[in-house]
Design a protein around this ligand. Structure first.
Ligand code: GLN
Length: 453
């Protein structure tokens, strides 16, 4: 089998199933096959970490001369003139980009129903959502269209869809992976991360994309270890904390049961398990929506009809052009966040909302730091329920926001978290186990995830 054969397999599978799953927004077959031929020439010498591997990329990661829309009408015709750092790194690692993956518009959502272009389906049950916002990234891997994909996670957008689709998704430590070329939603929370079918592949992909980047001042100057060497299977003596808030009332019984079973497995492997408390995590969702919407309202100001993408017709003057472009170009959820964020940042409200939320964020972060003084990892569910039906939550933003109660605190604290498959629900939908680690300690997260899977 040649590398081109491998790439063709991927497109063949996409042709077979993507009409139903609708994970991809853009395919890049010609270039992918040309790249496969190129790589074939250097087979056996100087092979990159992801040599010849097909990968899908979330559509908020800019790719040179390959349409990048963030699933928004306002970027519907945007062809970037440069690559995100992670796209360059994939290229250096000899991965082959197959195409761009559907998502909630500007990564705002938990079901991928907020895409302007398509509703991605959960491959396990086409009537249910794949989760979001990286729903295309998780569904494409679950459906066997690509073995690897990249997502982004601001409040749960890698881990929640990974959980819903029965795949492995990691949100790295804030600063671990460059955000240069990631279309910004909430810059103090956004991280790019890997989605794969198993933990080992995930470790390869993180190693390929991680590291300091002079183009992103928030990327950290911290050594990138060989994550694969952490996959020893040995977790004897490891100290696992289970926050009691993560197994409380809002979490469905079948999800709690699957976590209890996972804890037994970890205990059987020699880990010790204790109950702990993250007392401020209950304020996570409120804090997150204030901060992320505030940051989004500033980040999305650049979409004005002048510099990028869509421009409304028939504007009478400049202000009218801004107004019409943004009114026509953004979807409802994006507008909701811009309004909330603009309000929270306006004078007279800033102290009451934004500043208060910043303080609560610190308290949430300190909760994690305190637990990590005594424990190696924190374990709990990824989401309160398995995947829900398409349409079920779309008219009820608050219920939709509650999908992320267990993932959001991890972003607010900046620590790494993974979702690994943890059995099936009564009606046969995947459940996920979330494993959270210390800052820059993805190795231990992977070690536990690998021992468990
Ligand atoms: N569902 C959350 C939101 O809508 C998280 C999204 C994300 O992580 N990008 O904001």
């Amino acid at each position: 089998i040649t590398i081109a054969d491998l790439v063709r397999e991927s497109y063949k599978r996409i042709e077979e199933v993507d009409g139903k799953v609708q994970a991809f927004l853009t395919l890049d077959e010609e270039r992918a096959l040309a790249r496969a031929e190129e790589l074939q020439q250097k087979l056996g010498s100087d092979e990159g970490l992801l040599f010849g591997m097909p990968i899908g990329v979330k559509d908020n990661i800019v790719t040179k001369e390959l349409r990048t829309t963030a699933a928004s009408k306002i970027l519907g015709n945007f062809d970037p003139i440069y690559n995100a750092t992670v796209a360059d790194k994939l290229h250096s690692a000899d991965a082959i980009t197959i195409g761009k993956l559907n998502m909630d518009e500007f990564a705002m959502g938990s079901s991928t129903e907020n895409s302007h272009f398509a509703k991605t389906k959960n491959p396990w049950n086409l009537e249910t959502v794949p989760g979001g916002s990286s729903g295309g990234s998780a569904a494409a891997v679950a459906a066997g269209e690509v073995p690897f994909s990249l997502g982004s996670d601001t409040g749960g957008s890698i881990r929640q869809p990974a959980s819903f689709c029965g795949v492995v998704g990691l949100k790295p430590t804030y600063g671990r992976v460059s955000r240069f070329g990631l279309i910004a939603f909430a810059s103090s929370l956004d991280q790019i991360g890997p989605i794969t079918t198993n933990v080992e592949d995930n470790a390869y992909l993180l190693e390929a994309i991680a590291g300091l980047d002079p183009n992103d001042s928030t990327s950290a100057n911290v050594n990138v270890p060989n994550y694969r060497s952490a996959l020893t299977g040995d977790i004897k003596g490891l100290k696992v904390a289970v926050p009691k808030e993560y197994l409380g009332d809002g979490v469905s019984e079948e999800v709690r049961q699957s976590v209890r079973e996972a804890l037994k497995v970890l205990e059987g492997l020699g880990a010790t398990i204790d109950e702990v408390s993250l007392p401020h995590s209950k304020y996570g969702v409120a804090t997150y929506y204030l901060l992320s919407s505030s940051e989004a309202s500033a980040n999305l100001a650049r979409f004005d009809g002048i510099r990028y993408g869509y421009r409304a017709d028939n504007a009478e003057n400049l202000i009218d052009l801004y107004k019409k472009t943004r009114a026509e170009g953004f979807g409802d959820e994006v507008k909701r966040r811009i309004m909330l964020g603009t309000y929270a940042l306006s004078s007279g409200y800033y102290d009451a909302y934004y500043k208060k939320a910043q303080k609560v964020r610190t308290l949430i972060k300190q909760d994690f730091e305190k637990v990590f003084e005594d424990y190696d990892v924190i374990v709990g569910p990824t989401t309160p329920t398995p995947a829900f039906k398409i349409g079920e939550q779309i008219d009820d933003p608050l219920t939709m926001y509650a999908n992320d109660i267990l993932t959001i605190p991890v972003n607010l604290a900046g620590v790494p978290g993974i979702s690994v498959p943890a059995g099936l629900s009564e009606i046969g939908l995947p459940l996920g186990l979330q494993i959270i680690g210390k800052h820059f300690d993805e190795s231990t997260v992977y070690r536990v995830a690998h021992a468990y899977e």
